[in-house]
Design a protein around this ligand. Sequence first.
Ligand code: DGL
Length: 269
Amino acid sequence: MNKKDRPIGVFDSGIGGLTVLKEIIKELPDEGTIYLGDTARVPYGIRSPETVIRYSFENTRFLSSRDIKILVVACNTASSVSLDAIKNSIPIPVIGVIEPGAKAAVRATRNKKIGIIGTEATIKSGSYTRAIKAIDKDVEVFGLSCPLFVPLVEEGWTEGDVVTMITKRYLEGIKDKCIDTLVLGCTHYPLLKKVISSVIGEDVRLIDSAVEVAQEIKATLEIAGLKREQEEMPLREFYVTDSPERFIKVGERFFGQKIEHIEKIAVGG
Ligand code: DGL
C-alpha cells in the first residue's frame, strides 16, 4: 500500500484511549485508524515500569504488523515509561501524550504553577515534570495521583455526589498550591472535566492532552508528507485483547459514536 494511505495506529491499556482516538478523527477525518485496547491487562496505571514496557512492546509489535504509518501511544502511563524505547524500536514516527500536554500547559500558565493529575505510575515516573521543566525550568509542577478516577469513569460515574466528594478529597492535595493550570494526565479524566473544574475552580485552566495530541499528529503527517489522499471512506478497525462486549458498551460513551469492525486478538507471548 502507498505509504500515505496506510492507517494511523493507536494503542491504549483499554477503553480510555478512545478519548484520544475521538480527537484524532475530529482533526483528521480522512485518515484510517487502527485502535488496539489491551483490555485483558488493563489497568496499566498500577503496574511497574518493566511490565508496562513489556506490554507496550507487544502492542507495538501487533500494530506494526498492520502496516501503520504512524504510532500513537494514547495511554499516559505507557507514554510515561516506554515512549523512548518504542521510538528506538520502529522506523515510523511515534507520538506519545506527555509532550503535547506539557507544551500546552506551559503555553497556558501565567503564574508558572502547573498541577498534573494521573495514575500512580504516571505521577511516579515524573514524566510530565521532566517534559515541562525541559521547556521552562522555572515552572513549578505539582503531581497528584487519583487512582479511583479510572474505575469511576469505567463505571460511567462522571458526576453526582460521590464523584464530587472523591474529587474534592483528591484535589485537596493540590488546592493550596495556587496552580492556574491543571493537566488531565490520564485518558479517562477528560470525562470528569466538569466536576474537576467545579472543584478546582473555573479559573484554573484544564489541559486535555487528547486535543493537543491530535494536532501534533496532524503536524507530523504534514511535515512528513504522509497525509492520506484517497477519496473513499477510511478504514476504522478496533482490536481488543479481551471480550469485545464491555469495550463496545462502555467505549461508545467515551468515543461518542458506534464501534464496529472489532476483533479479539492476543498480543502477548
Ligand atoms: N490509559 C491509562 C492512562 O492514561 C489509564 C488506565 C490504566 O491505568 O490503564 O494512564
